[in-house]
Design a protein around this ligand. Sequence first.
Ligand code: G3P
Ligand code: CA
Length: 236
Amino acid sequence: MPQVIGHRGAAGTHPENTMASFQRAFEIGVDGIEFDVHRTADGHLVVIHDPNVDRTTDGSGLVMAMTLAEIQALDAGSWKDPAFAGQRVPTLRELVRATPPGVRLYLELKAGSVHYPGIEEEVVALLKAEGVLERTQISSFDHRALVRFKEICPELPLGMLTSCNLVDPVGMAKSIGCEAIHPAWPWVTPDYVAAAHAAGLKVNCWTADDPMAIAMMKAAGVDGIISNYPERVKDG
Ligand code: G3P
Ligand code: CA
């Protein structure tokens, strides 16, 4: 059975990247949670997918241009269902502290220093201060950020996110020093997984939601399945 990783918590049924969504993932019994990190204007690391708050809250504006107080005044639950009114955008620290010890933290940094100068150092400092470095894995489409993480904290596990059918994903991931490749599931085959494993790399695919995709990924032998419906991965 691959690791069950709740995408933005349990985002199929709950408002993504909120504590309600993560608590649901914990109830399901996930092995890990995936979530997205940006930085506010006043330097707080927050858990939200988009660079702005427009889609997932009742406000508008860029995360990087808003203070934490402004962002946490917004309702991050009602857009999904009025039953979730009052959910807030969590800080990274809040989420880390609320995550049970046995659950792995798959932290996706949406952008590194290209948009948030010094953010890699800030993430490492927070993870160390909270004592969760060993159960965190950092992933990013910003491969330069991954290189920076490897420079400043070699022991921090890394996952190389990819969305297209790369010519040499294994070579790229090895060159960065990653523990895993995180490919979009449609590109993943048994041969893809075998090549990664032969090089000592894990494969955690995203975002497999429907039963067909989940079954295909299990048959391919992936190490982890990132899903908006982690209960389907667990029970399927
Ligand atoms: O980590 C896998 C997946 O979350 C990457 O894409 O857009 O859902 O953050 P996205
Ligand atoms: Ca993500």
